[in-house]
Design a protein around this ligand. Structure first.
Ligand code: ADP
Ligand code: MG
Length: 296
């Protein structure tokens, strides 16, 4: 009968750190034919590290690092944390005083320090603000190579001139490749949605073994992408961790949050992976299949 099978499945899930907010989600999971994943913090560990730093004029190094650290200290974006951690290990850095700061969600930050305007963020932010690329710069030719290796490239502009850049790498979670291969074997389409640059997204998707990816998606666009997937697939699962993943988690047929995620994501989701292990999705699917077999 239904109840014992459902209770057994829910308790097996719980023992494995899968928190189900209702039996109906367990029932529906096995119908999934597409699973969309957020990149940062979901496919990757969410602990990016600076792998390379480039400054146009060596003499400006201290000043630029001081300003970047002072600005990014006020942001809680994972990339901001990586920059602050990296710069705090550099000798002779004094904290600059930030006059004003503005978040450009999905792009980066702009700020004013000692009357000077600074911008830190993506290529798209630099384009949007019409920042000049340094001429004959030796480091910019490497930009593509960094991205091809899965780095996110963050630029620093001072008064609309690009003066520095950082390559930042977030590792793909250990269990991802295996899990995605198993999902594919079940005939499920896997999709990654990210705000990051196309080349970085392609590299990470390749490392993780993801079928399809959507890059340079603004935080408020993630939910639209889930909508598009729902037109193409019968049942769409969304997996995410961030504040800006919450609308997409709600929109999907089933929303799954990482336990390491933000409270908003966890509250919005139907299922929570307490230990943030993606291979538990595979277990949840088989619990769902087994239960539906007994019930039907
Ligand atoms: P994701 O969806 O991959 O988590 P976001 O939408 O948060 O990415 O950000 C998209 C891009 O904007 C980042 O890859 C980065 O280039 C830039 N960005 C956003 N916030 C910051 C910040 N505080 N400092 C530097 N760059 C940032
Ligand atoms: Mg995320």
């Amino acid at each position: 009968s239904v109840m014992p099978a459902l209770l057994a499945a829910i308790s097996t899930g719980a023992r494995n750190g899968i928190l189900l907010k209702g039996g109906v989600f367990l029932e529906r999971l096995s119908e999934a034919d597409a699973i969309a994943f957020d990149k940062t913090g979901t496919i990757t560990c969410g602990k990016p590290e600076v792998t390379a730093a480039f400054v146009e004029k060596k003499d400006d190094n201290q000043q630029i690092f001081s300003v970047v650290a002072a600005i990014e200290r006020q942001s809680n974006h994972p990339l901001a944390n990586a920059l602050v951690r990296y710069i705090s290990n550099v000798e002779g850095i004094t904290m600059a005083e930030v006059e004003s700061i503005e978040d450009v969600t999905g792009y980066g930050v702009t700020a004013k320090v000692a009357g000077v305007r600074w911008a830190i963020g993506s290529n798209a932010l630099m384009r949007q603000l019409r920042c000049e690329t340094p001429v004959a710069s030796s480091w910019l030719v490497q930009e593509q190579k960094w991205r091809a290796a899965g780095n996110t490239v963050v630029f620093v502009a001072k008064e609309k001139k690009i003066v520095a850049g950082f390559a930042i790498k977030d590792q793909v979670r250990a269990d991802v490749r295996q899990t995605l291969a198993e999902l594919r074997a079940l005939g499920i389409q896997t999709v990654m949605i990210t705000g990051d640059h196309e080349e970085t997204a392609a590299s990470i998707a390749g490392e993780a073994g993801i079928d399809e990816w959507i890059s340079e998606s603004l935080p408020e666009e993630k939910v639209l992408e889930v909508d598009k997937l729902k037109e193409k697939y019968q049942s769409v699962v969304m997996v995410g961790d961030g504040v800006n993943d919450a609308p997409a988690l709600a929109k999907a047929d089933i929303g799954i949050a990482m336990g390491s995620g933000t409270d908003v994501a966890i509250d919005t989701a139907d299922v929570v992976l307490m230990k943030s292990e993606l291979d538990k999705i595979r277990l949840a699917l088989s619990l769902s299949k087994r239960m539906n077999r007994i019930v039907k």
